[in-house]
Design a protein around this ligand. Structure first.
Ligand code: PGA
Length: 250
């Protein structure tokens, strides 16, 4: 079955509200008419404004995080209902920066994934190994564990709609991109793991991105691999290189 590629920008903690308006206005015409699904995952404070600017376009609105409770006394957090009401359709869950700096665990990632589905949004579930783990030879074991815990309690129908982003920690923001073979090997292992948990149809439907120093100059070869269905883009989502990535096939 053929899967539509999905390219998501992860702005991280960049762009003030007024800078966000300028960037969206710059990128909107450049990514129009892409063959891939395009998502802008923006800081919480920019969601409402960017959502307004994306109305009437094919670009989907995404968030970079969410809390796993519906509402209440959780100072500083953003609820799934808030995101949903603001027009968000994708939520990045368990990015390695959240795991590292904010101590998010696989169990919390799982709770967030379940909540995002409950509110009819799509999680972009991030998994990835550190350089030390790669050198210890535990990459595939670790990724399988991250995937299995993230998907606990997720139905087959939900899993078919999910997005998993394989992001080797050593390739994020470092300019050190994984080779296309390294990226393919892990993305294929993720698909195999999904087939074990569910079935072949679910594995064939789920979309698996690669993330980590993707640029306009390397997107085509990476996205050309059989199990790689697009990318999660950090640094290059903040300028017009993002349009080159989105239009990698043109
Ligand atoms: P990068 O970040 O493209 O800047 O390496 C990717 C990510 O962290 O999602």
């Amino acid at each position: 079955m053929s899967r539509t590629k999905i390219v998501a920008g992860n702005w991280k903690m960049n762009k003030t509200p007024s800078e966000a308006v300028a960037l969206v206005n710059e990128l909107k015409p450049l990514v129009a008419g892409a063959d891939a699904d395009v998502v802008f995952c923006v800081p919480a404070i920019n969601i409402t404004k960017v959502g307004e600017l994306l109305e009437g376009t094919d670009i989907a609105l995404g968030a970079e995080n969410v809390y796993f409770e519906d509402k209440g006394a959780y100072t500083g957090e953003t609820s799934p209902a808030m995101l949903k009401d603001a027009g968000v359709s994708y939520v990045i869950i368990g990015h390695s920066e959240r795991r590292e700096y904010f101590k998010e665990t696989d169990e919390e990632v799982n709770k967030k994934v379940l909540k995002v589905f409950e509110y009819d949004m799509t999680p972009i579930i991030c998994v990835g190994e550190t350089l030390a783990q790669r050198e210890q030879g535990v990459t595939i074991d670790l990724i399988r564990q991250q995937v299995k815990i993230a998907l606990l309690g997720v139905s087959k129908e939900q899993a078919q709609k999910a997005v998993i982003a394989y992001e080797p920690v050593w390739a994020i923001g470092t300019g050190k991109v994984a080779t296309k073979e390294q990226a393919q090997e892990v993305c294929a292992a993720i698909r195999g793991c999904v087939a074990e948990i569910y079935d072949d149809a679910t594995a064939a439907a789920i979309r698996i991105q690669y993330g980590g120093s993707v640029k306009g100059a390397n997107a085509k070869e990476i996205f050309g691999m059989p199990d790689i269905d697009g990318g999660l883009i950090g640094g290059s989502s903040l300028n017009d290189d993002f349009a080159k990535i989105v239009n990698y096939d043109k």
